[in-house]
Design a binder for this molecule. Structure first.
Ligand SMILES: Cc1ncc(COP(=O)(O)O)c(C=O)c1O
Length: 392
């Protein structure tokens, strides 16, 4: 099939919910992708933070093939080895206590919201179900996670939204106190706001918030859908913030390209979700769990340490190019935001970069870079060279 036929069929048969780049992708290896016509692209996007170990990583591939040949799915009415081993690994490496597996980020956050409301109901009864979230946050596309998202632009069309969310300014404890009523059960936040523009939270604010949560018995819920699984240079970003959350959601990078997500709870919340209160048919799927075990194996301490180094190298290189359209960089590890100067738009710059063979993302008004965590120095340099000659 050629590119034009693909586009025509997409328009005819697929709901037009995505603004796609004018590119098709056929296959890839490492951080390099190829379209149907054989053109090469360096990937600084990882399928929006998903392909954590690059494309067709041999270890990842072998784990999937081996598991698919053994058992492709089994319901959660039975025990199976892959999801149990995965839960054990996640808890051992994060310090959290137990895990509920789901399929995507929005669904994981739904589970985390249910956990917080049930924790509060079990202990305090009705009327304490409000969750504080931050302005400019992003928590998903379900009706409830849209309501949790602190951006007015997402609170449209799909009324009525779920009640029980109150928004506060990131970085301001005064703003948190302004919305802190007796009906609050939790605070939910991203440690680096991803979709909002790659904005890392200040450590002092997060620390103060954790103290307030402990004082009021509010659960501290950390949405690590984008920051988790090595993206920021530690397995989870909270490990760099010196806090112990009550629950953590993760998704995107966990299974390296297969759909999987989950919620981890700490000891206090271990028994909140009980039989019959929460479930999902595909949660903990053996093939996805086997892929995730391979991802965790690849993301050992050495590889995680390189995430910070590679991220710093990319940021320094871009800043030293002194390009007319780009300002400073920000982020954590290989979650990088690049400021776009006035007179330019991130969407136009991204489209030019993609056309010239470098896949990048946008977030808020910025360019966003989420390369595969295993990207090589050679691939980084190739990508940076495209960036320089395209935007100079
Ligand atoms: C922080 C955060 N939470 C939740 C989501 C929603 O994840 P999904 O699209 O897998 O439902 C995203 C997706 O970008 C995200 O970045």
């Amino acid at each position: 099939m050629d590119h034009k036929t693909l586009k025509d069929l997409d328009r005819q048969y697929v709901m037009q919910t995505y603004g796609r780049f004018d590119v098709d992708i056929d296959h890839g290896s490492g951080a390099t992708l190829y379209d149907l016509a054989g053109k090469e692209y360096i990937d600084f996007s990882s399928g929006i933070g998903v392909c954590s170990v690059g494309y067709c990583n041999p270890k990842w591939q072998a784990a999937i093939v081996e598991q698919a040949a053994k058992l492709g799915h089994i319901s959660n009415l039975f025990y199976s080895q892959p999801y149990i081993q995965l839960a054990q690994q996640l808890c051992t490496r994060s310090g959290m206590s137990n895990v509920f597996f789901a399929n995507g980020g929005g669904e994981a956050n739904e589970g985390m919201i249910k956990l917080a409301r049930k924790y509060s109901f079990d202990k305090y009864g009705k009327g304490r179900g409000t969750i504080i979230t931050l302005r400019n946050s992003f928590h998903g596309r379900t009706i409830t996670t849209l309501a949790a998202t602190g951006q007015d632009v997402f609170h449209n069309y799909f009324f009525p939204f779920t009640d029980g969310f109150r928004y506060t300014e990131a970085g301001s404890m005064d703003s948190v106190q302004d919305v802190a009523g007796h009906d609050v059960c939790a605070v939910m936040l991203e440690l680096v706001q991803g979709e909002g523009g790659v904005l890392p939270m200040e450590k002092e604010f997060i620390h103060d918030l954790a103290v307030l949560c402990a004082e009021r018995d509010w659960l501290l819920l950390v949405d690590e859908v984008q920051t988790g699984v090595g993206r920021t240079g530690s397995l989870f970003a909270f490990q760099q913030y010196g806090i112990i959350p009550d629950a953590v959601s993760f998704a995107k990078g966990i299974a390296g390209g297969l759909p999987m997500s989950g919620v981890m709870a700490n000891e206090k919340c271990r028994d909140v979700l009980t039989p019959g209160t929460h479930a999902t048919t595909f949660g903990g799927n053996p093939v996805c769990a086997a892929a995730a075990l391979a991802v965790l194996d690849i993301l050992d301490e050495g590889t995680l340490a390189q995430v910070g180094e590679k991220g710093a190298y990319i940021r320094q290189s871009i800043e030293s190019m002194d390009l007319p359209c780009l300002g400073g960089t920000r982020g954590l590890g290989m979650m990088i935001g690049v400021e776009v100067r006035e007179g330019y738009t991130n969407k136009t710059l991204a489209a030019k970069l993609v056309e010239n063979g470098l896949l990048v993302l946008t977030a808020g008004p910025a360019l966003r870079l989420l390369p595969p965590l295993t990207i090589t120095r050679e691939e980084i340099d190739k990508g940076l060279a495209i960036l320089r000659h395209t935007l100079a």
